[in-house]
Design a binder for this molecule. Structure first.
Ligand SMILES: Nc1ncnc2c1ncn2[C@@H]1O[C@H](COP(=O)(O)OP(=O)(O)OP(=O)(O)O)[C@@H](O)[C@H]1O
Ligand SMILES: [Mg+2]
Length: 155
């Protein structure tokens, strides 16, 4: 599915809609796109959909940010793989333990670790920069999920 967004709020809203429509557990969303493409903006929408009310920023130094809902349950793990050089380093950052937590996972700079992403991952490729429009291509969704996303389903 291909979408065009013309401002930040539209990209955020698409992230929200994807989070509500996706059915795989754990949900792993791999974000592809250059610096400033809008990956973090998209993840912000996902976090809101899952009930996280706080600030969402690229976890470039922490590698992973954990977002909890109002009940304190981890609902989204937000990774930034920018500083990793290969998927071998996933062991060091505890990726495989995080996968087992059952929380949804969003991965910025998934390009760095493509070979290790799960088979059922959803891919979000964002093209465009600056204040220009973004072309956002979603792949890896089932037909049912695509329909739910189109309808703008709510939980
Ligand atoms: N249609 C749009 N969608 C998303 N962001 C947009 C759009 N138009 C302009 N922007 C701007 O582009 C920037 C996107 O920043 P963001 O931090 O999400 O990028 P990123 O892909 O996470 O970069 P990084 O690789 O550095 O983490 C924001 O400043 C946002 O306001
Ligand atoms: Mg970012």
């Amino acid at each position: 599915m291909v979408f065009t967004t013309h401002k930040e709020s539209e990209t955020e809203n698409l992230g929200r809609r994807l989070a509500l429509a996706a059915r795989s557990t754990p949900l792993v969303v791999c974000l592809l796109g250059d610096l400033g493409a809008g990956k973090t903006v998209f993840v912000r929408g996902m976090a809101k959909a899952f009930g996280f009310a706080g600030r969402v920023t690229s976890p470039t130094f922490a590698i992973v940010n954990e977002y909890n809902n109002a009940q304190g349950k981890p609902v989204l793990l937000h990774f930034d793989m920018y500083r990793l050089s290969s998927s071998e380093e996933l062991y060091d950052i505890g990726w495989y333990d995080y996968l087992e937590m059952g929380a949804a996972i969003a991965v910025e700079w998934a390009e760095k670790v493509m070979d290790a992403m799960p088979e059922n991952a959803v891919f979000v490729a964002i093209e465009g920069a600056g204040m220009g429009p973004r072309t956002i291509t979603l792949t890896g969704l089932s037909k049912e999920e695509e329909l739910l996303l189109e309808k703008g389903c709510t939980p």
